[in-house]
Ligand binder design. Structure first.
Ligand SMILES: [Zn+2]
Length: 408
């Protein structure tokens, strides 16, 4: 813990922030308020307007809607990662906590974990939750204890394999018992070079069942969907959180908006895989195709509504997955590079994440919200594109649950 005094101070039993310019983002537009925030028990309980020119700008903390705390972000194979997760769970907990600590320092106050390698991650997630409950300064999280797959799914068999509806019913009961907040499905084949596409491999009935179960249990229903067919299935069952979406059409994105479905493009993950392919020569055709397709999709999305962006974009980097490092804000830089305006990128990374999670106490800076905040040395929305390559240099402090966790 750093010294709180620079950013927060106590007066008559209430914690006040120093005067700040709060950046409020709505529908792609930024509004500014000069005020001092009042914080009690981890929440913003009020504010007082100020006349002076504040030193710091403040935004809500970032919500990364696609990450894997139990994966190392290296070129390590799934078997190797599973050996640690299954065989040395204490070591895996330590690693996961270290990733969540370093992610918090970049202002990522919440993360949605989309599953471990394999099906033996439950003790590691339990260890993370214990650390959070003890007040360890790390990114808060919900998780899918495993990802669900059917024969033919991408990544098979390194997840929870499902062979029948009965088996899925049981697996979902087990998911509930592990304290999951997400149910993650991979109902799609790997990339098919000859088709330049992907196949939906789940029986439609199972998919509908899984979706209904998530609604009943209040889980975020998250789906790996790169291809046209799977994206249509996500629209049909009204998924909450769709991943990658590399082949999403304008028509499909409009259907997402109508049905309140959020999309995380995982630009960082796809670029990391392309960079690795260029170094090693492996899977170059696939990674080149996916990178070009996702760039085109996000570019198209940036002007979807008569020049205004697709409204349901998320900050979703795929941190931890194959060759994709933890603790990075490159996803935000890439979204902006692909055409999203700075205010819309911040909206994706805060407001939209909270809406996707259906948590109305997160995502903005006002009375009644959690005091999960980023203090900035300069207005990040006014920084030129090049500076967004190291946006973290402009972070003065991060507040989690009303506590200062890092001050530069
Ligand atoms: Zn992933």
């Amino acid at each position: 813990m750093s010294n709180n005094a620079d950013i927060l101070y106590q007066k008559n039993g209430t914690i006040y922030s120093v005067p700040v310019t709060v950046i409020e983002i709505q529908n792609g537009e930024a509004g500014y308020r000069k005020e001092q925030l009042m914080i009690e028990n981890g929440n913003i309980t009020g504010s007082q307007p100020v006349e002076s020119s504040p030193e710091f700008f403040v935004t809500a903390g970032f919500i990364n809607c696609h990450m894997h705390w139990l994966m190392t972000g290296s070129a390590c194979s799934f078997e190797e990662m599973m050996e640690t997760v299954a065989g040395k769970p204490e070591q895996a907990v330590e690693k996961a906590i270290s990733y969540a600590r370093s992610s918090l320092k970049l202002g990522i106050t919440f993360g949605i974990d989309k599953g471990p390698p394999g099906y033996c991650g439950a003790p590691v997630y339990r260890g993370m939750m214990d650390a959070i409950a003890k007040g360890e300064p790390m990114t808060n999280t919900i998780f899918s204890t495993w990802a669900f797959m059917a024969p033919g799914s991408f990544g098979e068999p390194y997840a929870r394999m499902i062979h029948s509806l009965k088996e899925m019913e049981i697996a979902l009961l087990e998911l509930e018992a592990t304290g999951a907040g997400v149910s993650k499905f991979i109902p799609e084949s790997p990339f098919l070079i000859d088709k330049k596409g992907y196949r939906f491999v789940f029986p439609g009935e199972w998919f509908q069942y899984a979706r209904s179960a998530a609604r009943q249990k209040n889980w975020v229903f998250a789906v790996h969907a790169k291809g046209t067919e799977t994206l249509d299935q996500c629209i049909r069952v009204q998924a909450d959180c769709v991943e990658h979406g590399v082949q999403a059409s304008a028509e499909q994105l409009r259907a997402f908006q109508e049905k309140n479905i959020y999309l995380g493009p995982t630009l960082d993950g796809l670029l990391c895989r392309l960079e690795h392919s260029r170094e090693t020569g492996q899977k170059l055709e696939e990674t080149t195709y996916e990178w070009e397709a996702v760039c085109q999709m996000v570019g198209m999305a940036s002007t979807l509504n008569d020049g205004r962006p697709f409204t349901h974009m998320l900050f979703a980097s795929d941190a931890g997955s194959y060759v994709t490092p933890h603790a990075s804000l490159r996803e935000l830089y890439l979204m902006r590079k692909m055409g999203y305006e700075p205010a819309s990128v911040f909206e994706a990374a805060t407001v939209n994440g909270a809406n996707c999670l259906k948590r109305n106490n997160m995502g903005t800076v006002k009375k009644g919200k959690k005091a999960d905040l980023i203090f900035w040395f300069e207005n990040p929305l006014e920084l030129p594109l090049e500076e967004w390559e190291h946006l973290e240099n402009y972070i003065a402090a991060v507040i989690l649950d009303g506590n200062t966790v890092v001050v530069r």
